[in-house]
Design a binder for this molecule. Sequence first.
Ligand code: MLT
Length: 312
Amino acid sequence: AACLLGTAQAQTFPDKPITMLVPFAAGGPTDVVARMIAIPMGKALGQTVLVENAAGAGGTIAATKTARSAPNGYTIFLHHMGMSTAPALYKKLTFDPLKDFDYIGQVVDVPMTLLARKDLPANTLPELLSYIKANREKVTLANAGLGAVSHLCGLLFMSAIDTDLNTIPYKGTGPAMNDLLGGQVDLLCDQTTQTVPMIKEGRVKVFGVTTLKRLGALPNVPTLDEQGLKGFEVKVWHGMYAPKGTPPEVLKQLNAALRTALADPAVVKRLNELSSDVPPQDKITPEGLRTHLEAEINKWGPVIRKAGIYAD
Ligand code: MLT
């Protein structure tokens, strides 16, 4: 009966709009990726894919909402590697990344950049480090909360320069960027999906990229590694999920739509302009995402527990 039901559903799926939950505020990097792929995914499925921001608690609110949604294909979820750090970061996690979801595929890999407000009086990384040294008590570093990659990148930076800064949490780096542009906060480590246009327009100061090689979109911006922060490397992977129990035929359609979206020339061009990469084909699969997620949980768990960072 389950099999028959699955087939019947697949034949009519989708007969209404699909909601893509995004775990951070509108306008930020995850939202940018979601909106970029929602349109071609919708075209491939013959239905609208609506993006809904369920921001807060480092992405765990939207993950919980997804896990508790009806497993019928009408709720899908885009999240980044925060899905793999959450089990160690949150003592009372209300979902299990390995038990409460079905997997659609990996989505994009996105580098990060270290930024400062435009009027911060430093132009190079050494000048920034001197400024931080002289003003340690008052320098502020924005992030999108525990489980956000901006938080993770900020932790790596503070550890690399052996200095604790005042961190300010937001519901996404969209609003954090607004405050950086307005000069209300000093520093932000954020993904190129949001930062490349800001950097090119000269609206923020940039001190380095978080990859070991320079980025095509920002050839004049040095890596943090080449400037002496040896081994400083963060690249943010993303995955697309559905609630556990989504019919296999429906998952297959969603995966096919995701693949179509990621091969869309306009999407490929835009991702290229933002120095972000489509993962290899074998990763844009349920197995590819599940395997990577599990490996990442096993990688980050011990590191986070050793550092003793978590929410009660
Ligand atoms: C966002 O979309 O706001 C960011 O991905 C949040 C983060 O830094 O993880």
